[in-house]
Design a protein around this ligand. Sequence first.
Ligand SMILES: Cc1ncc(COP(=O)(O)O)c(C=O)c1O
Length: 392
Amino acid sequence: MRTDRSRALEPFLAMEIMERAFELEAAGARVVHLEIGEPEFPAPACVVEACERALRDGQTHYTDSRGLGALREAIAEDCQRRSGVAPDPAQIMVTAGTSPAMLLVFSLLVDRGDEVVMATPHYPCYPNFIRHCGGEPVLVPTRAEDGFALDPDAVRAALTPRTRAIVVASPANPTGAIHDRETLEALAQLGPPLVSDEIYDGLVYDGAETTSVMGISDEAFVLDGFSKRYAMTGFRLGWVVAPEWSLRALQTMQQNFFISANHFVQHAGIAALKGGAPAAEHLRRACARRRGRLVDGLRNLGFGIPRSPEGAFYVLADARRFGSDSRTLASALLERAHVGTTPGIDFGAAAEGMLRFCYAVSEEALDEALARLAEVLPALEAQAQNTIEGET
Ligand SMILES: Cc1ncc(COP(=O)(O)O)c(C=O)c1O
């Protein structure tokens, strides 16, 4: 009965772990959530107030499918502030999160048999969107030693006549990789349009420079949203800046599939862009401190982290000494220690044997997670050792 299209999708394991954690919590457990990519911080007060006000003022209807004019203008100004380049608000389509924008863009670009090139380890959903559209993801390996950045020569070697796009992300999930301007320019010159996921833009540490493809390529699709920088995951609000030729097609899909993003949430988005900068900077600074705490703590426990991630809010750590199957390991940590982590396999075969930890949580939560891990890891390590000896 099921379509091939629906069969092509893999479950999103970070969500699977979170949903199992919710079951444990419903049964009374106290879980530390390091599995899901969301800041534990509250949304900025000005955002909550704007949303409440909008609800009271009756801003509860459909809007223009492309988003409120005032929001699209505020997004254009925000792009100007962050990247120095202001798109025409007409190039901006507001969506209910970055995820729907991804669906629209890949639906626009990918037909059956087409290919889309991306780094691996990668955000789990990219290949699923592409397969859903009948295409094939083409994975270009990256290395921890190089900060997991894409090598433009390796991308060039992966191009075929069927390549429809190159996905870039800077900073990237799960690796925290940052691509410098030179690399982005080299990637933009390869021919296929860039689909640039900039949802972690600005979440950088150690003086690393944030990089956008805005101004590097007029043909790029820039995906972005409010979830990460402003701790607004549950508001579900994002956008895409798209080339002129694609706008009418994107609008048509949005009208049919989603009609529009939530009306009152769009007002929350305007408030975030106008007044949320101090809260966003507070979040970034807190993440910078927590990153060091988590990296040190995990290294002390025996996880392999060759280089501290420079952006986003994740640590992708080598966990093979505790178990080679990351799904089994993450599940054991959740069930035995009530610590949620994301199995590396969620991010592709290249990340098997790794676990991803999110550090956008309180320092108390990080310390609690590390203490609980310290209790269960020795037994898991002994078990993993026995398995290896049994196999040899
Ligand atoms: C790289 C990346 N892109 C997009 C998303 C989804 O974002 P949104 O909440 O805006 O749909 C996530 C969420 O984890 C992400 O990590």
